[in-house]
Design a protein. Structure first.
Lengths: 212, 212, 212, 212
DNA sequence: AATGAATGAGTTTTCATTCAT
DNA sequence: TATGAATGAAAACTCATTCAT
């Protein structure tokens, strides 16, 4: 299951991830990836079999390491359910920021009509894990009466994922629409992240607790 | 401003839109588009100049016709502000469903590092319109005290757009996660749309009115 | 023999001549020519039959009008043979300067392996006329003892044509090699022409009169 | 500086040189060149980067090896200045005959409005070398009083180059104008070369020594 | 007589992959 | 194990010409 990639393979994966994110899967050429990773062109076929398999390798490399730590975090008893939601939001945003490239690829691949069956399964399993994790969390909150009944978990997850992605993708537009173009980029990033977190927490609080 | 495309040009645009959505911009070849539209390959250069320009034409074709009707709808006096929000949500979902391909392309192009400056402007202008429209709406609700203060419009729009997109994109996963695989597709679609609309309306109600 | 070209045809010929000279026959496209002449693309095939025929038309247009005036000039009795040579040189240089484009095309077409049989004949006839004209002139000079015997007329003509062409083509190199780059272009042109004429006259004088 | 081309690259260069000479740069297709050199089409991009770069490679390949031997020849002390001029003429004609294709390309590229800046420099440097070499030679002759004063070296070189090129290019016309069409081609070639050499030597003798 | 639309064959270049070593 | 060389297929685009009107 857990592939062990050697140094050069990881090098290739990192570069490929960036180029796939920046130009799309078809827009990034094996040549460019090889050049970016300072390896011979033939190495990509040699190591991964094909360009498609390289994409899968990226998923295998990134997805393996993710959910576990969150699981542990959420298992802790002394934290309130709502705080766990907040932690999850923070966690998601941080993870997205640290894996921008991968998040973009993941989104891109979901948009397309996926010819690649392998990826569909990988993505489904990842979603399933999130779904189960959050289901448990919501159930916990509902049992204590903190959260309202009848919450569509799938749509709730889509809300978190979709809203966050969209915010992140639309960062530059946010800058312009809110006249923050003069702010230096690192300052803006910090401000933006703060606002996102606050906004999403308020939103989830509202969604989960406010009954019409 | 408003390009008038002839029958064959529209034919090409429709096919290109579908193929760009299904395979990405670089994944769809001019050859395939020409074949799909039953025109000679050279016609695409002849009519649009280049593949990139064809993409821009798709945007020009789709974006021109959109916001106007919504503007009129929201201008009506006898509808309550909250209902206008609901109308907007319905409108967005319907529009998305009727323009799936275009929505996917739009999202795809936002994900990539946009080399195409023309598109960035087109997308920005579209976002600006939505932003202004919703800003006015929210302000209206705030003035009457229905909506809470301090709402980040940009993030709110991102929430609508992102959540809806993500739901729509993840439809097939939704089906599997909620054990609806046996339901015929048209029935599922109807059910899904109903749930989305309901969910989003509740969500927006909560977001806009619930003060911590 | 003498085609009569209408206004639009002449327009096309002028533009084609320039573009063929600047980019070569294959480097200049019918599209560019049509655009440059502000006519419909189809007009070129319509008027001339094909791109190749257009090239022939340029030759027909340019060659028809040339030698006659020189013939008259050289027929005059009161001018000395050597002065006639000088007149011919001046005439050739002026003609070249006023028909740069055509001269370039003519040279270009001679360089290539000529697939176009029509052109070969046209060029041959033009050469034949020059040959005959100069033969008569030289014979005249030889009869009076002014010119030396045994002059290879073909090579002599090649010398005039080739040297002048080469000088003209290499103008910019001349400028740089002789450190005249700061001189304004019109001044340089005048100087260059003056030098060419003087040089060639001296040269021909030497060639024709100096016996080892 | 001096590129080292491998066997296949040289193969391509030789074929490209011929085809560029015969049909012009734009008239010769990469496909034809590849076919002529019995290599895969992609190899041309692979080896040279592009068609234009291939043209530059031809220049690099041909120009590197030329002037050196002439320099040595002219450096010899025991040969009279005039004889050096004769040697130079013989040398130039032989070189032209052995590099017909390249000479044609060189001329072609000078005729066109050169978009290719690289080539301009290459050609200029080559001209500069010839210019310097001949300048020294002429100065030598002038010092001994053999040659007349005030000789425009640039125009003199143009005369040699232009006249010789023009003669060579107009070979077939020469044949017809001098009724030598029945002579077998190899015999004609030999005769023609002999006549050219003799003619040019006489001409240069006259030009350099005959003062009006 | 004149032309906008259309076309098939052509262009150069790049692609992901495989081969020979 | 690793790689420079090589390749066939495909890419987007342009070509000169013709068609329908």
């Amino acid at each position: 299951m857990l592939h062990q990639y050697n140094e050069k393979q990881v090098q290739i994966i990192i570069v490929a991830e960036r180029l796939f994110a920046e130009h799309g899967f078809n827009g990034a050429s094996v040549r460019d990836i090889a050049h970016g990773a300072s390896v011979n062109i033939a190495m990509i076929s040699y190591y991964f079999g094909s360009k498609e398999k390289l994409l899968e390798a990226i998923f295998a490399y990134r997805i393996g390491t993710t959910t576990i730590q969150l699981e542990h975090l959420l298992a802790q008893k002394e934290i309130s359910t709502l705080n766990k939601i907040y932690i999850m939001i923070d966690h998601y945003i941080e993870k997205m920021q640290n894996n921008t490239h991968f998040f973009k690829i993941m989104l891109s691949e979901q948009i397309k009509d996926q010819e690649n069956k392998g990826l569909i399964e990988i993505i489904f399993n990842s979603k399933k894990k999130n779904f189960d994790l959050i289901s448990a969390l919501i159930a916990e909150g509902q049992k204590t009466g903190q959260f309202k009944k009848h919450i569509d978990i799938s749509l709730l997850v889509s809300t978190l994922v979709g809203a966050t992605n969209q915010m992140y993708i639309g960062q530059q537009y946010y800058k312009r629409l809110n006249q923050l173009e003069d702010m230096p980029d690192d300052k803006f990033q910090a401000l933006f992240k703060k606002r996102m977190k606050l906004y999403l927490k308020n939103m989830f609080n509202a969604i989960l607790t406010y009954e019409l």
